[in-house]
Design a protein around this ligand. Sequence first.
Ligand code: MRU
Length: 341
Amino acid sequence: MFIPTPIDWTPTHAIRILDQTLLPGQECYLELDTLEDVAEAIGSLRVRGAPLIGISAAMGVAMAAKRRPAGPDGLARVREDCARLGVTRPTAINLRWALSRMERRAVAADARGEDLAAALLAEADTIWKEDRAMCVRIGQLGADLVPPGAVVGTICNAGALATGGIGTALAPIYTLHAAGRGPHVVVPETRPLLQGSRLTAWELMRAGVACTLIGDGMIASRLRRGDVGCVFVGADRIAANGDVANKIGTYGLALAARAHGIPFYVAAPTSTIDPATPDGSAIPIEERGADEVAEWGGRRTAPAGAAVWNPAFDVTPAELVTAIITDRGIVAPRDVARALD
Ligand code: MRU
């Protein structure tokens, strides 16, 4: 089964990424050599998806440490790098989670007189490896929730392109597909940046998973047809009370699922749970440029001067979430913080 590799090391410890802004038209790999390259790649969504943003940032910090001469200011420089990458995108907590781990590792290495760069490279690889394992576990747990023969709904891209492994929301689908029981997936295009049509349809089709693309405005009608057995979505941050921030449109999908009695599952690694954020109202929601909405393929589609609101994420209240599938088990939204115990 084809599973894309959205990030990797080069032999010289530069970072090789698949430029997701160019998919599906071009499969183009870029080499990132500097911390600023990594910041730009995250900010412009060349690498994206909450877990992959965290992995990219961790690798960026390690790469920067490896590429400068060791010196007494090593720890201070790592802190600066973490601060720089920490502001590239506000919503996905995985970014801050991974950077905190890198900073903690740097502090420990400094205190013990270890080689800072070697310690940070090892920590970045551990974060990546752990994410891969978390995806596998989420896939195993989620696969049991899919009714036999059911169509599965999703939104955005919470697949291999968004993680270090087989994805979160798409992991149960790949797990079932590998066992010869692959469900059919309904993929909303996910306006305005089309992560559904550009990325999810691309990776599912490359893996040989049957899928049908729909416009976002078709979601409710598609769920009313009665063949969608469950919905799996990813998450950028899960608050302590179980409210879930994910790609804009997720809330509407959850409302439609509730109206039609369809189970709505959030699949996320424990690195996406933020016990310090009490509820969804405290989650910072990224707002992106007006052109993403007012233009199409570089051509203006809205009247000049039209006011635009472009939040990249929304918050689905915990009461609309049937369960959260984490790498440590399936939990009720209200109990999500217990998955961290
Ligand atoms: O803006 P993006 O493309 O980074 O948004 C991605 C999503 O909203 C995903 O659903 C989420 O990060 C989970 S990825 C496993």
